[in-house]
Design a protein. Structure first.
Length: 402
């Protein structure tokens, strides 16, 4: 039996090899921009690429791999563990002895746990490796502070429809790596439709184009819709993403547990990161429930921790529990409104001085200036003591109507 030959996907074949081939991310890679200059001069710092899928994170790393005079090592956080990291570090240490640098690219670095990320830290510090991490998640939440503080964060934006359109045109014309030899027929209107419906994700666009071309060399809107059907069932980075998280939020606010479960399932089954949903629940617990039920925040934080511990698909039931709890809980937006009123006063009056009697007085000079003088220590009073806490201009101001 002949061995089956698997072809390399179009999205990988068309991956740009040089900065000149790259489409989009002009704010980072345009002429004179800092990242472009760093790549062209082969002076790459440790850095984190943060952006939505298909925006070019891995592609930029691939361009760097071709441009650098050092060794380029690639790891995927979904398949690599501490053992793999240590093997690559050992390789980098040997290269360092020879005076050579090593760039280590870690795709989906947010999937590495704290221990795995900590393994990298001393080698970033001593120059054994230059780290490039790629993540779709906010690095402030998912990358250790120590690693983050030693890296430059570059934020990639979702590709525009025009960017995707140019990428698709290039794939259709390219005879070496693209579909230029396939004699595909597609009009500009339908090609632009594909660009618009790809949600800024170049991989989705190219994959749909390739799938359509495998079906028929005459590609029309109907063919494109069929090719995109699975991808567009839930677009994690497009308009539907925001529509459905809005639907979940409003369903919980309105107390409809059934609708809340439905929208949660739509997101999870569509591939949404459960940690994103859990973070939205944490916000909801304080913004929409707040002091009406202080346990809601505990429930939301616990759901986030559960998602971190066990991941998908097991954590779906943890999120379902939290979502139903939020929907069924009493609601109050008093905290949200009160904080907003406090912010208004800050903008209106600026930095009002702290009353002297509640200022900190760690030195003799401060005490001589009456810092902390006549302060009443609350636990010494059977009932609430009477003293002023607000600045003079806001004396008597109430943010809560209790």
């Amino acid at each position: 039996m002949a061995q089956q030959v698997y072809k390399i996907p179009l999205a990988d074949r068309m991956r740009p090899r040089t900065l000149g081939d790259f489409v989009g991310q002009e704010k980072l890679l345009g002429e004179g921009k800092i990242l472009r200059k760093a790549i062209e001069s082969d002076a790459i710092p440790s850095m984190i690429f943060w952006g939505p899928p298909g925006s070019g994170k891995t592609t930029i790393a691939s361009v760097i791999a071709r441009a650098t005079k050092g060794e380029f090592i690639k790891l995927s956080a979904t398949t690599s563990g501490v053992k793999d990291i240590r093997e690559k570090i050992k390789q980098a240490e040997e290269l360092k002895k020879e005076g050579k640098k090593t760039i280590m690219f870690i795709d989906e670095i947010h999937r590495f746990n704290k221990s795995q990320q900590d393994t990298l830290l001393p080698y970033i510090e001593n120059g054994t490796i230059i780290l490039i991490g790629a993540t779709t998640e906010n690095p402030s939440f998912e990358v250790n502070n120590a690693v983050l503080s030693r890296s430059r964060v570059f934020i990639l934006e979702k590709l525009s429809t025009d960017d995707i359109f140019l990428i698709l045109q290039s794939a259709l014309k390219n005879k070496e790596r693209g579909l230029g030899k396939s004699k595909i027929k597609i009009n500009e209107k339908d090609l632009r439709f594909l660009a618009e419906m790809s949600g800024g994700d170049a991989r989705i666009a190219l994959s749909a184009l390739e799938f359509s071309s495998d079906i028929d060399i005459r590609i029309n809107k109907k063919t494109i819709e069929e090719a995109l059907q699975k991808s567009l069932a839930y677009d994690k980075n497009g308009e539907e993403h925001y529509d459905i998280i809005s639907a979940l939020h409003k369903s919980m606010r309105g107390g409809d547990a059934d609708a809340s479960l439905y929208w949660l399932a739509r997101m999870l089954e569509g591939g949404e990161n459960p940690l994103y949903i859990a973070r939205r629940l944490i916000r909801f617990a304080s913004e929409d429930i707040g002091i009406a039920n202080s346990r809601a925040l505990d429930q939301a934080v616990s759901s986030y921790q559960a998602c971190h511990f066990i991941g998908m698909p097991e954590c779906n039931i943890n999120l379902a529990q939290a979502v139903v709890y939020m929907a069924k809980s009493k609601k109050s937006n008093e905290l949200y409104k009160a904080y907003g009123e406090a912010v208004k006063d800050i903008k209106k009056f600026g930095n009002l001085p702290v009353p002297l009697h509640i200022r900190n007085a760690p030195t003799k000079l401060m005490k001589d200036l009456d810092y902390g003088k006549n302060y009443k220590y609350s636990p010494d009073f059977k009932y609430q003591e009477k003293q002023k806490y607000m600045p003079d201009k806001l004396e008597g101001k109430k943010y809560f109507d209790f």
